[in-house]
Design a protein around this ligand. Structure first.
Ligand SMILES: Nc1ncnc2c1ncn2[C@@H]1O[C@H](COP(=O)(O)OP(=O)(O)OP(=O)(O)O)[C@@H](O)[C@H]1O
Length: 256
């Protein structure tokens, strides 16, 4: 399902934090948002997953305005992994993942079906967290929590998945694993990422955010040019080729 952000502006506490942003993520594509701290990535993503309303513009899912959909209908189409999960749910891991199935239950009072249970177990296996199923969610490490919340987003079977720093807290193996599995899962993905090499290696298209505006967009190899990285991130970037995989990589140091 196509996702389109159409001339969206977002205000918080009377301050405009996102200015007139337009972006598109075609069905099944993985689209990255990169930008310095405080550039507005999370604010924009919160608007895309309906935690905030746009002050102007619209978010369109398959051409339909997202903020006009009923909550349950929206939850069947879009799932999110927010950056801050302040909710320290006092539930088991299996229960937390099971919440992702709620939008698919037949009625408000319907309990989980056997298929729901199998779905959740499979998602936990996919994120390498099957052994945690009966643990209490608040007792998990940061990376374990992140993987459980990714499983919860996957069982929601969204057509669009919005991820705010999905690799936060994850060790390097799980960073690579999680980005590969969200692509394999097949939804349209819009994700904020800080690691520019991960973004380059896993995204089809990148949007660069600075000062609440999109300042560049395109395929990673075109967008992540040293001149732009110097201007936006204030770093010197040196492109190199990975000696084993042949992939383009960036090395960073401080600007001279
Ligand atoms: N409730 C709020 N009221 C006022 N300003 C806010 C509020 N929430 C966020 N901001 C400010 O909006 C700007 C954008 O924040 P946002 O979290 O969207 O940036 P970000 O690009 O996701 O940053 P990071 O990379 O550090 O996660 C920041 O300057 C932040 O301090």
């Amino acid at each position: 399902m196509d996702l389109a952000v159409d001339r969206v502006s977002v205000d918080l506490a009377g301050v405009r934090l996102v200015h007139d942003v337009t972006l598109t993520a075609a069905a099944g594509r993985v689209v990255g948002l990169v930008g310095p701290n405080g550039s507005g990535k999370s604010t924009l993503l919160r608007c895309v997953y309906r935690a905030l309303k746009p002050a102007a513009g619209a978010v369109l899912l398959g051409g339909e305005e997202l903020h006009g959909l009923a909550p349950r209908e929206a939850a069947r189409r879009i799932a999110a992994l927010p950056q801050e999960h302040s909710a320290e749910f006092d539930f088991t891991v299996a229960e937390v993942v099971g919440m992702g199935r709620l939008p698919h239950r037949r009625g408000a009072l319907a309990g989980p079906s056997a298929a729901d249970g199998e779905h959740c177990a499979a998602a936990l296996r996919r994120v390498g967290a099957a052994h945690l199923a009966e643990r209490s969610f608040p007792s998990l490490s940061g990376g374990e929590k992140q993987r459980v919340l990714i499983a919860r987003a996957l069982v929601q079977e969204p057509r669009v998945l919005v991820l705010d720093e999905p690799t936060n807290h994850l060790d390097i193996a799980h960073q690579l694993e999680v980005l590969a599995l969200v692509r394999e899962a097949g939804p349209t993905v819009l994700t904020a990422l800080h690691d520019l090499n991960l973004a380059a290696g896993h995204c089809d298209l990148l949007y660069v955010v600075a000062g609440g505006r999109i300042v560049a967009s395109g395929p990673p190899a075109e967008v992540l040019a040293p001149a732009l990285l110097a201007e936006v991130f204030r770093v010197r970037a040196t492109p190199v080729q990975h000696p084993v995989t042949g992939a383009a990589q960036l090395l960073f140091d401080r600007l001279p």
